[in-house]
Design a protein. Structure first.
Length: 187
């Protein structure tokens, strides 16, 4: 795979490549094989990362830092859960979790409890909940790109505007307190 991707780089068909849904061991194996064979290594890894799933921080973040492999964070709003639209058991028409209830990763009891606490942090700080969640992801040094998703133009604008939100130390401390109580409820 690495050789084939390097061939495509040499032909000018692609500039770089990355991995998706990989583990620390898998990423290190790619890096090792590329190095051993004098080939270009992956530049990114696309894995889930959000307030509800911070598993990337365990092992992968160190690799990202030391090996210069950026994270393309997907599902930063946990299927929209971190926008607050599902709070109180709501299921808005047309929303992903309304249409596809089999995706329960972000709606288990621990995730619901954590989401309620994140909503309170955002409200207390006068922040839009989705923007707070995205600003958190944006603030991580290992994130190269935050893969946002939106159904409406209004959501897209709000998501893009999250780049202008800077979380205060108090907000970050409150987020860490929730994370300590509910570590990675949506792996």
């Amino acid at each position: 795979t690495i050789q084939a991707l390097n061939d495509e780089i040499k032909k000018g068909r692609i500039r770089a490549y990355g991995l998706s849904n990989d583990t620390a061991w898998g990423l290190m194996r790619y890096l090792w094989e590329a190095d051993k064979n004098g080939l270009i290594a992956p530049l990114t890894v696309q894995n889930p990362y959000s307030l509800l799933n911070r598993l990337y921080e365990v092992g992968m973040a160190e690799i990202a830092h030391r090996e210069n492999v950026g994270l393309l964070a997907y599902s930063p709003l946990g299927f929209g859960v971190l926008s607050g639209k599902y709070l109180g058991g709501k299921r808005p028409a047309g929303a992903r979790l309304t249409m596809y209830d089999r995706f329960a990763r972000y709606t288990n009891d621990q995730a619901v409890s954590a989401t309620e606490q994140y909503a309170k942090i955002a409200a207390d700080a006068g922040l839009d909940m989705a923007q707070m969640a995205l600003a958190f992801v944006n603030s991580r040094h290992f994130v190269t790109s935050n893969i946002i998703g939106a159904t409406t133009t209004e959501q897209l604008k709000s998501n893009i505007d999250s780049i202008n939100v800077t979380l205060t130390p108090d907000v970050l401390d409150a987020i860490e307190a929730v994370h300590a109580q509910h570590p990675n409820p949506s792996p």
